[in-house]
Design a protein around this ligand. Structure first.
Ligand SMILES: [Zn+2]
Length: 247
């Protein structure tokens, strides 16, 4: 293939732009905030589950407390009723009186026991309530952290998109200056060789595969016409002669 030396050099500019575009695409795929957001989402899930469990436990204790308080009330009302009967002097036999006094005493003991249960439930309820408050606080803080990370991710992504747009524009201008057949060869080689289709020959070395050319290869290149499109014997990429090729 033949191409003007200036067109061949332009190909190196295009290669540089394409490498930059590849680098930007890699950066877009690897924005650190994306991993951070994924991690935060995992933590948020766990926290929401823990909060749901804590709220359920608190609800259970609310019910338990109401039930324990109702039990106390029931015993207290009964003891009051008995005491009223006693005070009203409406009790018949001494045996009946003894029975009533003993029932009142037993009800008061029972009330004391039930009040202990209420206190115990209230204590556990307080602990559960504190846990719910703590988890809600952590959830709020973590949600804020995620929002901030999302904003940073958005800014990073739009920064990369802007750079990509400007670089793509530059690429279109440079690509338009390169003859079609040379561009087609470059495109094919770039696909085959890890994004690098054209490389400079610099100080006797191919910049594509980084290998030094043999004296025989260099002599061949010295003998070649300047508009001959050369290929590296090692990596088969287009090899472009430059002022510092060492020829
Ligand atoms: Zn090479």
């Amino acid at each position: 293939m033949k191409a003007e030396p200036s067109d061949q050099k332009r190909l190196l500019d295009l290669q540089e732009i394409d490498t930059e575009l590849d680098r930007l695409a890699h950066r877009a795929r690897n924005i650190p905030e994306v991993a951070e957001i994924r991690r935060l989402d995992g933590e948020l899930d766990e926290l929401r589950n823990a909060l749901a469990a804590a709220e359920t436990a608190l609800g259970d204790l609310d019910r338990e407390q109401r039930k324990a308080e109702a039990d106390v009330d029931q015993v207290r009302v009964r003891a009051e009723r008995d005491t009223e009967r006693l005070n009203a002097g409406r009790v018949g036999s001494p045996k009946e009186l003894e029975r009533l006094q003993s029932e009142i005493a037993s009800l008061q003991r029972r009330q004391g026991e039930l009040e202990e249960i209420v206190l115990d439930v209230m204590e556990r309820r307080e602990t559960a309530q504190a846990r719910v408050v703590e988890l809600r606080g952590r959830l709020e803080a973590l949600t804020e952290e995620r929002t901030a990370a999302e904003e940073r991710r958005f800014m990073a992504a739009s920064g990369i998109r802007d750079e990509e747009a400007a670089t793509a524009e530059r690429r279109a201008r440079v690509a338009a200056e390169i003859p079609d057949d040379l561009l087609a060869l470059y495109t094919r080689l770039r696909e085959q060789h890890n994004g690098v289709g054209a490389a400079a020959l610099r100080y006797g070395r191919c910049e594509g595969c980084k290998l030094a050319l043999s004296t025989a290869e260099l002599n061949e290149i010295r003998a070649a016409l300047s508009d001959e499109v050369l290929r590296c014997e090692e990596c088969r990429r287009i090899l472009v002669r430059t002022t510092d090729s060492g020829l």
